[in-house]
Write a protein that binds this ligand. Structure first.
Ligand SMILES: [Zn+2]
Length: 283
């Protein structure tokens, strides 16, 4: 499942082919993904120019010159493919249409953007740009983890009086937007905090220290995604999935990477999801 760094990598990969470009033809090949598409979506997108491509949490938002904003959510298995000849540079041949190509944008300059989603947990919606922040998927979101509003004082205040495990708190999208299982596990490892520790039993100083650690973990992953973008023209045109090495995530039974630590990485299940941690380094 794509997390914030993967979505940001998709956004950065799409920006050069979509920003400032007109959608010459939008094709919508089925009535719905996770939810029905908005009415007349293809007609409302065809001819529109993409003014800006931005990200909020794990959603990509395309502000159009029609006064509307297109929301794109990759869901569990959504993939974005770029093909064709864009900006005078050959990118990739248009692939043969596939079964799960649900939405296709032919950009005015010849590039094609294809949204493929076998499991259809993804979503697209259209809303007025002026009122985008009130969309049901966006309205309750907390601050962006890489933005200024996600400060040490914000996190300490948001967790004050709470008694939930710290991992659940960081996955709460109202406290901080866009964090998922992988990067919460990695951030807690770096901060030396056990994922099951109750928020009320962690000092304010240690809670505050999570903020720079979360930013660092995400920034490193986005950097890894950036390297994958530099290579993607030689690959198959698929954006957003890249090789990234984790300290604890997916490493159950393997040696802890902290120098001098002789423990192995453990896995526990919290709220139905795997948490990976080192029992020696995380308290
Ligand atoms: Zn360790």
């Amino acid at each position: 499942m794509p997390e914030l760094p993967e979505v940001e990598t998709v956004r950065r990969g799409l920006a050069p082919v979509m920003e400032g470009q007109r959608i010459a033809l939008a094709r919508v090949n089925r009535p719905d993904l996770r939810w029905p598409f908005p009415e007349r979506m293809a007609e409302r997108l065809t001819g529109a120019r993409v003014e800006r491509l931005r990200r909020r949490s794990k959603y990509i938002l395309a502000d159009l010159d029609t006064g509307e904003t297109l929301l794109i959510h990759l869901g569990m298995s959504g993939r974005m493919l770029v093909s064709g000849d864009a900006l005078g540079r050959f990118v990739h041949d248009h692939p043969a249409p596939e079964k799960h190509d649900h939405v296709v944008f032919d950009m005015a300059d010849g590039a094609r953007v294809t949204f493929n989603d076998p499991r259809r947990f993804g979503a697209m919606d259209l809303m007025g740009t002026e009122t985008a922040e009130t969309h049901p998927l966006l309205a309750a979101l907390g601050p962006e983890p890489l933005g200024n509003a996600f400060s040490e004082s914000h996190l300490v205040a948001a967790l004050k009086g709470r008694n939930m495990p710290v991992k659940s708190a960081l996955l709460d999208q109202k406290i901080v937007a866009g964090l998922g299982n992988i990067y919460v596990c990695e951030a807690l490892f770096r901060a030396g905090i056990h994922p099951g520790r109750r928020v009320s039993r962690i000092s304010e100083k240690r809670l505050a220290a999570l903020v720079p650690v979360i930013r660092q973990v995400l920034a490193e992953a986005i950097e890894a995604g950036g390297s994958s973008l530099r290579d993607f023209r030689q690959a198959d045109g698929e954006l957003g999935y890249f090789q990234h090495s984790f300290d604890v995530y997916g490493r159950e039974g393997q040696s802890c990477r902290t120098p001098g630590c002789t423990n192995t990485v453990h896995r526990i299940v919290q709220s139905g999801r795997s948490s990976f941690y080192c029992p020696g380094c995380q308290r």
